[in-house]
Design a protein around this ligand. Structure first.
Ligand code: TXA
Ligand code: MG
Length: 337
């Protein structure tokens, strides 16, 4: 299959390209598109055959359910039932934006979209291209991250092309995504609120809206959620984390020295300003430790860059975990497996 790429300026959208992409979605094809978090690989969420193509293109196992993207809050009620008041409150505060709500599904949502679960994940993205695409398609769009299963999520169109060219119909290239880590996933069934995946919206922000929210540990997520795999977001290289502490630089250097001595090509994912201290190594700076937004935005790109460089072992410097730090460390721990 030929994969067509259309370059679109997210601040000055050429609707002709969105129209083409919407035609693909309506006729059961696959379109990769930017959201504010990462690129999604979209299909008509209500068309089982179209959705099955997502799993094939990504080589995604059939027990890992998809997020359904909507453009209008009214669509929430078309797709889900028994919506708790707290879910409406979260939607009012954080939509459009990087928050995914898991709710009881209505029959209109096909089983393949939710992998047979009686719940469905719904999100209203804020990215302008995503919004226009959903609006003009006129259908909810099922979209996991647009990467091969297990690989780091795509934060630009090159990443999508590397993983999926020839397997999907179209890529809308809207440049680099803003946030760089995926949405926060929160389950809202049986009057309980449980965070299954930390992401673009901080847990501290969610707690300001609903006090009673449980955060599953990474272990609890593995035990309680469908399609959860301990290793994910992985580059080809092995990833090791250098713990966050006052002596982090020393630890990083010791680890790097140890693996270099074993003959491995070592890369270091470092906080800004440390390049000099790690002279002699392939160092990529993630961003300032005081700017977690910058680190989140660069995270997946750097993991992929090390693969391009042929690095065999990546030492990633841990960050502190309040705010976006939790989402960053969740992704790094999964990359480390
Ligand atoms: O930011 C994002 O969320 C991106 C963009 C494209 O919107 N999407 C994304 O999708 O990250 P994906 O498929 O890579 O991750 C969706 C996560 C998976 O971990 C999946 O297991 C979980 O949401 N999920 C989906 N439906 C679920 C359900 N009904 N119950 C529990 N977990 C669910
Ligand atoms: Mg994903």
């Amino acid at each position: 299959m030929i994969t067509y790429t259309k370059v679109i300026d997210p601040n000055d959208i050429d609707l002709k390209f969105i129209q083409d992409a919407a035609d693909v979605i309506r006729s059961g094809g696959l379109v990769a598109f930017p959201t504010e978090t990462v690129y999604g690989l979209g299909a008509n969420a209500l068309d089982p055959k179209a959705v099955s193509k997502i799993f094939e293109a990504k080589r995604r196992p059939l027990d890992d359910p998809l997020i359904v993207h909507i453009n209008d809050a009214a669509d929430l009620e078309k797709l889900t039932k028994d919506i708790p008041e707290k879910a409406y409150e979260l939607a009012r505060v954080f939509w459009p934006g990087p928050l995914t709500l898991i709710l009881s599904k209505k029959d209109i949502v096909p089983d393949i979209t939710t992998c047979g679960l009686d719940t469905v994940a719904i999100r209203m993205p804020s990215g302008s291209i995503a919004r226009e695409l959903i609006k003009i398609s006129g259908v909810p769009i099922a979209a996991p991250s647009a990467n091969l299963f297990g690989r780091p999520s795509s934060t630009n169109a090159h990443h999508v092309k590397n993983d999926l060219e020839g397997y999907i119909d179209m890529i809308l290239d809207g440049g680099k995504t803003l946030i760089g880590v995926e949405s926060t996933v929160i389950e809202m069934v049986d009057s309980k609120a449980v965070i299954l995946r930390p992401g673009g919206i901080d847990i501290e922000e969610i707690r300001k809206v609903i006090k009673d929210v449980k955060v599953f540990s990474e272990q609890e997520v593995l035990q309680n959620s469908p399609g959860k795999y301990p290793q994910h977001y992985s580059p080809k290289a092995k990833v090791i984390i250098s713990r966050e502490s006052a002596s982090q630089k020393k630890t990083t250097l010791e680890l790097a020295g140890k693996f270099k001595a074993k003959g491995l090509n070592v890369g270091i994912m470092a906080k800004s300003g440390r390049q000099k201290e790690y002279a002699g190594y392939n160092v990529k700076e993630m961003g300032s430790e005081n700017d977690l937004k910058e680190i989140a935005a660069n995270l997946f790109h750097i993991l992929r860059e090390f693969d391009t460089d042929g690095v065999q072992l990546i030492i990633a410097e841990a960050v502190k975990e309040p705010g976006l730090g939790l989402a960053i460390m969740n992704r790094l721990r999964k990359a480390a497996g």
